[in-house]
Design a protein around this ligand. Sequence first.
Ligand code: ADP
Length: 591
Amino acid sequence: MTRKKLAWQIFPPFLVIITCALIAISWSISREIETFHTRQTTQDLETRAILAAKQLSGQMSLANRDQVDRLCKELGSSTATRFTAILINGDVIGDSEKQPEQMDNHVTRPEIAQALRGEIGIAKRFSQTLRQNMLYVAIPILDNGQIIGSMRAAISIAELERTLAKITLRLVGGGLVVALVAALVALVVARRISRPLGELQKGAERFAEGNLEQHLPISPVVEIGSVAEAMNSMAAQLDERLSTVLRQRNEQEAVLASMIEGVIAVDTNQVVLRINRAAAQLLQIDLANAPGRLIGEVTRKVDLHRFVERALSSSEPVEAELTVLNKGEERNLQAHGTPLRGALGQQIGALIVVYDVTRLRRLENLRRDFVANVSHELKTPITAIKGAVETLLDGAMDNPADNRHFLEIASRQTDRLNVIVDDLLSLSRLDRDTEKEDMPRTRESLLPILESALQTCATAASAHKIQVNLFCSEQLQARVNAPLFEQAIINLVDNAIKYSPAEGVVTVEGWQEASKVMIKVQDWGVGIAKEHLPRLFERFYRVDAARSRDVGGTGLGLAIVKHIVQAHDGKVAVHSNPGEGSVFTITLAAD
Ligand code: ADP
């Protein structure tokens, strides 16, 4: 169906109705006027015929023909009417237009025949005499109650028709003006109805574009005004609902975005519906482009594809550990897959939640390694003690020279066991205290702490004839837990002494640099190769296990240092070159 503007729907039928009404009215009026006019003219002609007959009274005979004819001609010229006087036998004795002797007998003319019967005869007919359509009215002329003839008055119908045509023309003209005015009014009315509708349409389009704040103007036309009001209230409700939906969506987005766990929602065709930042980071997926694309397109991680397939094919929650490469680093992800259900309970996809368990796995591995390392460390002195004791039992006990030697071995190894257990205990104490945050720190002068640490190491230093130098201002202060911090310095100085040649020098230096307090322990001993530096502070890590054992090391000294410094919110770093010595630097905040 072709679409037209409302104005063009209303206007043409309106115009047709007006035109039809005008035609019908004009036609009926002109008919009425014609009838009225004909009746008037007929009456007029009758009156004229009566008046003419009156003037002829007593002269209606053939003998007075000339007189009658003259009278007819006089009357005819003064009233623009044709008068004809006819005797009872139909002979014409007077006529205003023609010579009566040249005229036919008129007894058969219908109006004359009627008049001669005593009635008023009316006829419309083509006059052979005047050669035009005429309206005739004939009346009987009476003499002493006897019909003696007839007087006929006639006028040309053309005249009548001209008058009627004039009237009709005026009517049509007036009608056209009325029709024109009516058409203009119709156009204005149609426009008036369609304009507010146009505004409604524009408003509805604005609403559809999402501009729900700009209200529609209320038209004074009740029906259109009500529609505008209804649409305005609909827009307001829609606006409210949209903002609620938007708020809820933003809340959901915020919750998803701030989650540490990665969340991916996929539909049954494995198309990504939603993904949060954490998932994008963990799985290296482009967050902005992922929604609407297949999971296989957004990531090449095969483990994840398989897991998504499994989650989609299972109606129960599924779980797996995925190993993925993230920036060249292997990461362990714990993944949970749950079916996503629609309003009717049907499966519409799956929700995958992943979280990084790499640190957890590393800690587990560390713990496992630690237990293995502890066992190994303990095993060595225990084996040595057991060997010495068995040798003694096997007979060496009776040999005074040997038994002392084996007892000394057992004693040395017991000391070693003691040292290991002491170190382990201080590590576990440190772990416990830092976990419980039960490690009080106070602002202390560092010089006494450093002096006390050197005092502890003095015996070892003098045993190796090592000179230990201390450079530190009395003013140097920091917030420390004094016994622990002293322990850290002891471990560093002890190492420096252990790994320096006899008669070497060890320097301990403390100073402040901007907002930092630095403590440096330096030796010019064996030094450490580069490849060992990154792992030097790990528990039980030793560059040379045999040498470490020889010098009474446990491999836990630096791990304890690192732990203590971290508990002080500080940092410990090492610079070393084989054969050149090592520098260990502790950095603390100065406040
Ligand atoms: P250990 O008890 O074996 O000394 P540490 O944890 O204190 O254990 O040290 C770990 C390893 O670091 C040592 O085995 C040693 O090889 C190396 N090391 C530590 N301090 C020094 C140093 N000052 N000079 C050279 N090597 C060092």
